[in-house]
Design a protein around this ligand. Sequence first.
Ligand code: AGP
Length: 607
Amino acid sequence: MCGIIGYTGPRVAAPILVEGLRRLEYRGYDSAGISVEHNRTLSMYKRAGKIADLRSHVPPNVPGTVGIGHTRWATHGGVTDANAHPHMDASGAIAIVHNGIVENYLQLKSRLEKEGCTFRSETDSEVIAHLVASFYKGDLEAAVKETVLLIKGTYGIVAMHAAEPGRLVGARNGSPLVLGIGEGEMFLASDVTAIIAHTRQVVYLEDGEVVSFTADTYTTTNLRNQVIDKQVDHVNWELEEIEKAGYTHFMAKEIHDQPEAIRRALSGRIDHEYNTGHLGGLNLSNRELLDINRIKILAAGTSYHAGMVAGYVLETLARIPATAELASELRYRNPIVERNSLYFAVSQSGETADTLYAMREIQRKGGRVLGICNVVGSTIPRESDGGVYIHSGPEIAVASTKAFTSQLTAFYLFALIMGRMRDLSHDAGRQFVRALEAVPAQIEQILANKAPLQEMARKYSRHENFLFLGRGINYPVALEAALKLKEVSYIHAEGYSAAEIKHGPIALINEETPSFFIVTDDGLRDKVINNMKEVKARSGPVIALAVEGDKEVASIADDVYFVPPAMELMYPFLMAVPTQLFAYYCALERGCNVDQPRNLAKSVTVE
Ligand code: AGP
């Protein structure tokens, strides 16, 4: 989604703003711009296209030490220079940048036009600049507060006024804002990656909060002008973690991060004496956990697929009903919230609007929601009733990879806790722990044997349609594999239960449509092998992910990749990695923008 950066301090602002926007590129965008104040006059430079286009548009040595910047992911209005942010009022004395959606912008725009305003863009955001101007009586903070009280929808706003040099005002409702506290300088951004090159001391704004700041001071208040004392957090991600660490793409780096990321997610969270898990932050006593008789997981995209796997594991270990639901559907279904249900909101970014709003709806109905998130201090973990950080480190590539397996890790630990409180024996718990702790090394084995997957991609990436098929706990892995291929290579790929192929999809089988089977040595193996034969009988190319030594699968498939043998429940970890690599290599073969696929954003903070 859109990115925001604001700066005020002793240094020339323009290069800091442009570099901050560059660090936000991973969020996905289609235009960018900055505005800088100098001698009580605002200048503005904005362009459709990439940061490189903006950089070439900004004159060298633009004076001014306070400014704002924005990367836009179009929601209202096309990708044009005029629709890029910042937006100014008619006088050019006010500039604002905005993340989010002003749902009532047409009414506001009509009212402003009646008052004589002339709009230069098609965006909803521009109404904010004109409203701030209409309320401005010498106090920018007050004018911003009056403005946001009229907005229905979501916003992360930063505003500046030529008459208040050195001052910026930020306001947040639904779109994240974080204040960076430097040495004699201040920053305000949509996420910490834009500012940790300058400071690690940050203050996260909550919904309904406003921050007014200059180079040396800041005040946080609510919309009723009550001062709010905010905690200052320290960001412990190293900047180089955010760089590619020698890999060609962030996606490749993050796929290879997975063994260490899983080790981090496990670190300090296994009790080897009782062969159970230990998760701080659940905010639930053992007695309360024992009372839980249903679990519902709400998420979107890859996180939803992780939730589906979690459902299988929870039902297997804890023997309580556990299902994943699309957050976007659950929210509007007038969900039935039962007293002893426990909900999980799963989100790498912690900012996905669909998941956030579904969580709020469940909480409004009295449900307890725990967050399974990666980004510390993001909205979902801050608003949830507790939860687990997956500690997978910054995930920059739009296509989620390490977050998926780290989310699984958190859920597997929770399932172990719940299982060992119920029927899972001490010995069964030990076997599960041993199998889970073996996963990172098994993934390292897979990562050391990438060539067959690269070869498969060379052979099959010309195809325009794929089926991904798995059963049982591998069914959501097939869905995730299809999503990965779709989003990075733009190949149409559908994930299906292998059993379902005969109920329709088999009509698609021909020489041009490869079927990618995930087949493990579980109780469904023979049935999946039958499905493979059904495809072969219709001249469909068959690719298989199988367990080392499975000669029968190798004799049927046109191409097979073997993973190390493991406990049945562990195969989602081991099967996910080859499918991530296959998608990555296909994207390379097709010359796609692997880290920033077209039309996609890393965090979808609008519905
Ligand atoms: C996954 O590769 C996609 N980028 C997308 O489906 C993503 O998983 C989804 O938007 C949810 O994001 P979240 O985990 O940050 O909530």
